[in-house]
Ligand binder design. Structure first.
Ligand SMILES: [Zn+2]
Length: 277
């Protein structure tokens, strides 16, 4: 038996100690389950043990990635025809959490002197779901980039099509895909960065249409959720079957890039595509 001074603290004592730590100062990594203090984790928000990148708002991502940034189509939002009170409450909460009017932030700017169009989906806005205005903003981003002869970088993070907007939401998959095709036919570069999580209708359309598809370490990348798959095939898939590392092994991703290296890697790829070195 251990001497009293080495005894494991009781749960009650642990709870008391945890209660004295301010909200948000302790996080548990969903990948490796390490618990850690977040006092030094800004701005990249990484797990110190496994490098998993916690979710960022679109604005935080822009600050990490861009040297200059000018937002476009910020006013586009959920159409008035969706009047359901529960849905309206979700939208209001998303606005409050992100400062955005929709689940994607779009605009133009520079990374290391390279001009580019950029879109960032925000998982804090109704789970980054693809609504009518989300699709419209991404479509306009591609069309404006085509007109300006610029590449597009898109960070995806989404639960998929937005059920509350029904068929109008599903239509965005085709609409954005058509804009991606127009951009591609103009010989322009499209780089996707798959962030945790990228699923559903976003995976089934523009998240997989990049000329180059990068992903963050341990990001969940899939179409249907684990429970749906288990109930459909009556088997238990391996624990890592929808993680970026597994998806890379199966050829759907070109590279996994850790968050601290991402900005430089994107700048290098933009420069390479322009024929500079
Ligand atoms: Zn971790």
């Amino acid at each position: 038996m251990l001497p009293a001074k080495f005894k494991t603290p009781s749960q009650k004592s642990l709870n008391r100690r945890m209660a004295s730590i301010p909200d948000g100062l302790v996080r548990r990594c969903p990948v490796c389950h390490t618990t850690f203090l977040t006092d030094h984790w800004e701005p990249a928000r990484l797990c110190p043990a496994c490098g998993y990148g916690f979710r960022l708002t679109a604005m935080q991502r822009i600050k990490l990635t861009m040297d200059t940034f000018q937002e476009t189509n910020a006013q586009l939002t959920v159409p008035d025809r969706y009047t359901d009170a529960a849905y309206q409450a979700k939208i209001a909460r998303g606005r409050q959490l992100t400062g955005l009017n929709e689940s994607v932030l779009t605009g133009f700017g520079t990374i290391d002197h390279q001009s580019t169009a950029i879109g960032v989906m925000d998982a804090f806005f109704v789970m980054g779901s693809l609504g009518t205005a989300t699709g419209e903003k991404i479509t306009r981003l591609f069309d404006e980039a085509t007109a300006k002869q610029l590449p597009v970088i898109l960070f995806t993070s989404s639960g998929g099509a937005r059920m509350q907007e029904g068929i109008h939401s599903l239509m965005q998959m085709a609409k954005v895909s058509a804009a991606v095709a127009r951009h591609s036919q103009a010989g322009l570069l499209y780089i996707v960065v798959l962030c945790d999580p990228t699923t559903g209708g976003v995976t089934a359309s523009f998240a997989m249409q990049g000329d180059l598809i990068l992903a963050e370490p341990h990001a969940l990348v899939g179409f249907a959720g684990r429970r749906v798959i288990e109930q459909t095939i009556h088997q238990t898939p391996p624990a890592d079957f929808q993680r970026a590392e597994t998806v890379l092994q199966h050829g759907f991703i070109d590279a996994i890039v850790a968050r601290p290296q991402l900005k430089q890697r994107l700048a290098d790829l933009l420069r390479l595509h322009k024929g500079e070195s």
